[in-house]
Design a protein around this ligand. Structure first.
Ligand code: UT7
Length: 348
């Protein structure tokens, strides 16, 4: 039986933005753990091989957090790098959002831990939209800035996926990795920053990609060990993803009054090279206008887009006035895209 999930439910948030104050990314940072786990290393853990993983996903290796490294540790390193990049003091940050599906605690929020470590007095909360979380978080921050409630926000995507993987399940353990990326978001000159958005969710696909808590809690009550591990129906998530990535990116571009072919750089969620290629095709973009680093890090969930954005900027691929689209999809099922007119603070 097919579980195909529509990527266009009747209610989705993809209206053109009213013209309030513009918000742009003014600083980027990333951190990935030192330990590299290659496909060849994985061959020793499960019945898999380098050729299968590379050809089906594009992944060659991923990073794995050390035993004493946690989501807040990764988040802090990425956040400090982003603040330094933006030349912003932590005390100037008024809002901290951490997008993560691997928080260190059920509560307190990882964002609160991060706020304390940074020494700021900002409002702080976690946001859970799985791999779409960073783009959701960026858009939330943009709304606060647009209304004038906040001048400076910090949005972080940070994950230690290795802690929630079943290392005996070849269907999932080869796909994910650990890392963090961060962005400072501030008011920007009119016409720059986020110019179009597309946000959505369809909970009908919730069973396709999940980490269960309640049933395991029940088992725990009768003595079985809790086992919070990623379950995924890979084929169905793939079908959803090849559709939604391109469609959502197109809607965000159109809401920014852009033809998708005018996009200078697409920075998609790095889950699978085949999904990325299908999004590029839907947008009529050649692959040299698409940023790809899935081969180095695998799927780092909410961290994937900010890590990719930071590397793209470091490689000189985000230039002032460029039209940039970021797009993600993930458990929920969720999706989120934002079109941005890239603003380089050096041009002020
Ligand atoms: O952020 C959201 C995260 N989720 C995703 O992006 C996942 C979306 N889905 C996918 O990327 C793909 O569906 C996968 C990469 C997970 C799988 O690729 P596929 O081309 O859809 O493969 P499949 O599931 O159809 O499996 C083909 C075969 C199966 O064997 P049989 O039944 O044909 O004998 C699997 O058991 O490949 C087998 N297989 C593996 N073989 C070697 C599954 N995992 C592995 C593995 N190594 N790691």
């Amino acid at each position: 039986m097919s579980h195909e999930v529509s990527a266009a439910p009747p209610v989705a948030l993809h209206r053109p933005l009213p013209s309030l104050r513009s918000a742009a990314i003014t600083g980027l940072g990333l951190y990935v753990p030192e330990k590299v786990l290659t496909n060849t290393d994985l061959e020793k853990l499960v019945d898999t091989n380098d050729e299968w993983i590379r050809s089906r996903t594009g992944i060659a290796e991923r990073r794995i957090a050390a035993d004493d490294e946690w989501t807040a540790d990764l988040a802090e390193k990425a956040a400090r790098a982003a603040l330094e990049d933006a030349r912003v003091s932590p005390t100037d940050v008024q809002l901290v959002i951490v997008a993560t599906c691997t928080p260190d605690f059920q509560f307190p929020a990882t964002a609160a831990l991060l706020q304390h470590r940074l020494g700021c007095t900002a409002a702080a909360f976690d946001l859970e939209a799985a791999c779409s979380g960073f783009v959701y978080g960026l858009i939330v921050a943009q709304q606060f800035i647009a209304t004038g409630a906040v001048d400076t926000a910090l949005v972080v995507g940070a994950e230690v996926m290795s802690r929630i993987l079943d290392w005996n399940d070849r269907n999932t353990c080869v796909l994910f990795g650990d890392g963090a990326g961060a962005a400072v978001v501030q008011a920007a000159p009119q016409g720059y920053g986020i110019t179009g958005i597309d946000l959505g969710a369809n909970g009908a696909g919730g069973d396709l990609l999940k980490v269960e808590i309640a049933p395991q809690a029940a088992e725990a009550a009768v003595g079985a060990p809790p086992a919070r591990r990623v379950f995924q129906n890979g084929k169905e998530v793939y079908r959803f993803a090849v559709n939604v990535m391109g469609e959502s990116a197109v809607r965000a571009a159109q809401n920014a009054s852009l033809d998708p072919s005018q996009v200078d750089l697409l920075v998609p969620h790095q889950a699978n090279i085949r999904i990325i290629e299908s999004a590029a095709k839907r947008m009529n973009l050649p692959m040299d206008r698409v940023f790809v680093n899935v081969h180095k890090y695998g799927n780092t969930s909410a961290a994937s887009i900010p890590i990719a954005l930071c590397e793209a900027r470091d490689e000189g691929r985000l230039k002032h006035d460029d039209n940039v689209v970021i797009v993600g999809f993930g458990a929920g099922l969720t999706w989120a895209a934002a079109a941005m007119k890239w603003h380089s603070p050096d041009e002020d």
